[in-house]
Design a protein around this ligand. Sequence first.
Ligand code: GDP
Length: 530
Amino acid sequence: DAVTVSGLADLIHVRLDHLQRVITNMGMGELHHDYMLTPEDTTAIVLEFDINPIITEDKGKDVQPRDLPDDMSEFPLRPPVVTIMGHVDHGKTTLLDTLRKSSIVDSEAGGITQHIGAFAVTLPSGQRATFLDTPGHAAFSNMRSRGAHMTDLVVLVVSADDGVMPQTAEAIEHARSADVPIIVAINKCDKPGANPQKIREGLLKYGVQVEDMGGDVQVVEISALKGTGIELLVENIVLLAEVLDLRAPTDGPVEAAIIESQSEKGRGLSASLLIQNGSLSVGDIIVAGQSYCRIRSMTNDLGKAVKIAEPGTPVSATGWKDLPEAGQTAIQVESESLAKEIIENRIGKAKQAETLKQIQAINAKRLVSHEEMSAEREAKRRYAQEVYRFYKGLRPDHPQEKDFVPTLRVLVKGDVSGTVEAVVDCLQALPQRFVHIDVVAHAVGPITESDIQRARGCTSESGKKSTSSNSSNVPGVHSDVVVIGFNVKADKKAQALAKSLDIPIETHRIIYRLLEDIRARMVAQLEPEY
Ligand code: GDP
C-alpha cells in the first residue's frame, strides 16, 4: 500500500521534481525521493493530479483477430475441437488415454504420443477430431475467461454405475453457457451393475434429452477401459461436426489459441497452439499477449516435426521470446519489428491500466472516508442540538451515548512520569457527560514526529473507526485530537508535520491552563463544523 515519493512519481507518470514541488506546495514539507508516503498522503497527492489526464489516449500499434464473414461456406471444413468433461472418477482420463492410443494406431507414423495439450484422432474414413488433453472444468472456464473459444463440442462422460453427479450438472452448465453442444458418453458399460437407462433418465432432469428419449442429444454407450464404443463415439463426434459445418480459412494471417506453454531443457520456450484460422509455417511471426515467437520448429502430437499446421490442428512451437499464457490468442504479424512494437505498446498499456486501477482504488477509499465523515458531522450536529435542547429545558433527560457522544482524543507528553500521570488523572477527572475524553497515549519526552503520526492515526471522521484521511480536517479547535506537552516542547519536524496535517499541539507549564484548553476543545466538539 505504501509507496515512496519517487515510486509515486513513476506511478502517476510525473517528473520527480515536479511531484516534490507539488507536495511542498501542499504543505507537506520537502520530502526526500525515498520518503515513504502513507496511503492517506498518497490519496491527497493523487487528488492534486487527478484533474489532469494521466492516462494517455494514444492507441499505439496492435493487432486484432480478423473479422470473418457470417457465411463461411467459401472456406474448407476443419476438424472439430472436443473437450471431455464429467464428474470425478467417471472415466475422463481413461477415455482420453484410450483415444490417444487409438490415434497412434491410426497414424501412418506410429510414433510415441507427445503431450502437447491436445491430440488428433483419425477415423478410417480419414475424418479427424481434435481432443483437448486436460479434462476438467477449471481448464475449460479458464480458457473461456481468457477469451479463447476453442471447444466446438463437449463429450459429457457419465458413469453407468453411478449417475448424474454435481460435476456432471456443472459440466452441462458450462457447455450451455459457452453455447457448445454436448454428446453424452455413458461410460463403464462393461461393469456388471451398469444401468445406462438410469443415466438417460437422470439427464432429463437437467434438461439434457438424449436421442432415444425423444431429444436431439447424441448418446453413446462406451467402456473407456475396454475400448468398446470408442470408434462409434468418434464417429458421432465427426457426424455432429458435419452438422455444425465447422469451417476456417487456411490462408491469411494465422490465429491460434495457446493451449499451454512451458520452458524445456534443450528446447527453450515452447507453447502448444491450436490453429484456428490460417496456416502456420516455420518462420512465421506470431504475437500472443506480451510475447512473440518467430517459429523455429513445430511438432505435432506424435512428436513429428511439421512445417505447416492447418486449422483444427494442435502443434507445439518453439522460438518464443517469453512464455505466452494459456487461453491467449496468437496472431500472425508481418515482421519481428512490428511484433516488438506491438508488445511494447501492450506492456505500456497494461502498466497504465494498472496505474488507473490503483488510482481508482485510492479514490474509492477517499470517497468512503468522505461519506463516513459527513455521517459523523450529521450525527455531531444532531447531538449538539439535543444538548442545547437539554439546557433549554426542552428535553428532560440529557442526551445518551446512543445519541452519539463526541470524543476528544488526547496524546500526553510530559517531562517526568509523575507529571504525565498527574495530567492524565486531571483529564480523566473532567466532567464528560457530553463529550468523552480518550487519552490514547501518554509518555515521557518531547513531542516527536511519531507522536504526530500516532495522533493522525486517531483523527476520526467516523467517530468509532479511527482510520481515514484528514485531508479535510478543520483546522484549530474543531480537531477531535490534540497533542499536549506538559513542560516539554515539540521538535521542528514534529511541528512541521503537525502543521501539514492540521493536528493541534498545545504546550503548557500550568496544569490549570492545560485543563482550560482541553475544556474549550471539548465544548468545540459540540459545535457544528460548517
Ligand atoms: P476421471 O476422474 O474422470 O478422469 O476418471 P478416471 O479416468 O481416472 O477413472 C476412474 C476410475 O474408473 C479408474 O479406476 C478407471 O480405471 C475406472 N474406469 C474408467 N473407465 C472405466 C470403464 O469403462 N470401465 C471400468 N470398469 N472402469 C473404468
